[in-house]
Design a protein around this ligand. Structure first.
Ligand code: HEC
Ligand code: HEC
Length: 432
């Protein structure tokens, strides 16, 4: 039996060794881009091992070797209980499941490490050299194990996780906040858009379309930007005459900064009317979407699920391609005498289908009939296309070619009416 080393001598080796190892893990880990958490874990492991080694170094009064069973007898139950505690504690603190797995793995690796440390030495320690070699070897195995296992787990990036939590809610209509909209309104005034465009009741020139009753807010931001930056790209329906074609200035791309353009578009996006279909054309020769063959044809595509912009929406699977309902209970658009639904408490319109006001069509199609397969499509799909589908649906009981007169142009909404849309929550989103 070789002479037992004194505790002081052993500690004199263990502590500096642990410090050196910690430094290696810390800086080496950073050099190979190990996540900060993993480096902290490694250093923590070194310190736990150091404490344990120091405990082992305390000379025992009765120096009997432990058997393997004695070695693991307490460690396994302790680690199992510890793992359960760690698992639930980490869960209670809201760590993602991969983190819980990682923490528990950490505890298991620690146990394995302690078991190795406690193993009966293969041969008696002959020199300080062999003793140190063995200690380093043990550290190396444990560390290798730790790195290999944790590297298999998904790496955690705090910045990404925080971003996930701060994700903004889904935008219904690409609408900016009130300040931006107000700023956009000023851009509109300052750039003399009112010289040619009315906005509902405001303005006094009809050279260009009334951007309010046309409801340019239904159109996509991309479309609006395109029309402002390159007005010759496409003509507003009813403004195809040579004079109108050349009217809209082409210099806004130079005059407006990116921010001004964004704000302007944010303002234009608020120009919608939940109580009427859009109105097209020049004053004196105007028409509503109800009587617009192009819009009806586009609405047919939406209704039949062929419009790419509303992929996943297909009215005909329930209401029938020919208007013959495929689903029991779905409204039959062929019968002009059909009543409004009675399934929405406190919200039933006594008028029959042929007399429905635009506002009722819009409300039912955007908000649906709760508790039935008729979903609130307006929370999922752009309202531009829902209006088009509605316009097409009407042709099932009122075919375009049989109409003897055009639908009258609704009066331009007043300031008070526009205010009331906001107050009565007629829009799905807080628009104005
Ligand atoms: C000098 C007259 C004039 C001015 C000023 C003018 N526009 Fe126009 N704008 C027109 C005319 C005419 C049309 C219709 C012909 C066309 O589509 O180019 C039009 C079309 C548009 C359209 C497309 C509407 C549609 O049906 O697709 C938008 C959007 C528009 N203007 C926005 C603006 C904005 C925003 C401003 C101010 C920054 C502005 N316009 C200034 C005359 C004008
Ligand atoms: C998944 C099946 C389904 C789809 C898809 C569907 N509907 Fe419906 N729709 C129904 C059902 C069922 C009803 C009857 C609800 C009730 O019981 O009052 C209904 C009722 C309606 C009504 C009448 C509401 C009232 O006041 O009675 C309108 C208008 C309507 N749908 C339009 C549409 C349009 C437009 C689309 C496509 C954009 C569409 N629906 C897609 C199933 C569907």
């Amino acid at each position: 039996m070789p002479q037992q080393k004194s505790f002081g001598k052993k500690a004199g080796i263990i502590v500096p060794l642990a410090l050196v190892l910690s430094a290696i893990f810390w800086f080496g880990g950073s050099a190979i881009n190990l996540a900060q958490g993993a480096r902290l874990g490694l250093v923590g492991l070194v310190f736990v091992a150091m404490l344990y080694a120091l405990l082992l170094a305390i000379p025992k009064p009765k120096a009997g070797e432990k058997s393997f069973f004695q070695n693991i007898k307490f460690k396994i139950p302790v680690v199992l209980v510890l793992s359960v505690i760690i698992w639930y504690a980490a869960g209670a603190f809201g760590f993602p499941i991969w983190w819980q797995i990682e923490f528990v793995t950490f505890a298991l690796v620690g146990m394995f490490f302690f078991i190795i440390l406690d193993l009966r030495p293969m041969q008696p320690e002959t020199s300080t050299g062999s003793w140190v070699r063995r200690l380093i070897g043990t550290y190396a195995i444990a560390s290798l194990l730790f790195i290999t296992i944790t590297a298999q787990l998904p790496q955690f990036n705090p910045a990404v996780e925080i971003e996930k939590l701060n994700k903004p809610p889904i935008k219904l209509s690409g609408l900016a906040g009130p300040e931006v909209i107000q700023a956009g309104r000023e851009v509109f005034e300052n750039n003399k858009c009112f010289n040619c465009h009315k906005v509902f009741w405001e303005g006094n020139s009809d050279r260009g379309p009334n951007l309010g009753t046309k409801q340019v807010g239904l159109f996509s931001e991309e479309y609006l930007k395109e029309q402002i930056l390159d007005p010759r790209l496409g003509q507003s329906p009813g403004f195809e005459d040579p004079k109108s074609k050349r009217a809209m200035p082409t210099y806004y791309g130079d005059d407006l900064s990116d921010d001004e353009l964004d704000a302007l578009v944010a303002y234009l996006k608020t120009l919608r009317d939940p109580t009427h279909v859009p109105v097209e054309g020049k004053l004196g020769d105007q028409w509503t979407w109800w009587d617009d063959p192009d819009i009806i044809a586009q609405g047919q595509k939406v209704y039949q699920g062929q419009e790419p912009a509303t992929e996943g929406l297909n009215c005909s699977v329930c209401h029938g391609k020919d208007g013959i309902p495929m689903m029991t209970g779905a409204l039959d658009f062929r019968n002009p005498e059909n009543p409004d639904t009675t399934k929405i408490p406190g919200d039933h319109d006594p008028r029959v289908l042929k007399n429905w006001p635009d506002a009722l069509w819009y409300k039912r199609v955007t908000r649906g009939v709760p508790g039935t397969p008729m979903a609130a499509w307006g929370t999922i799909f752009p309202h531009l296309y829902l209006w088009k589908a509605v316009v097409y649906e009407r042709t099932f009981h009122d075919p375009l070619e049989k109409r003897t007169e055009k639908t009258p142009i609704p009066p331009i909404p007043t300031k008070e009416e526009i205010e009331s849309w906001k107050d009565q929550g007629l829009f799905l989103d807080p628009l104005l």
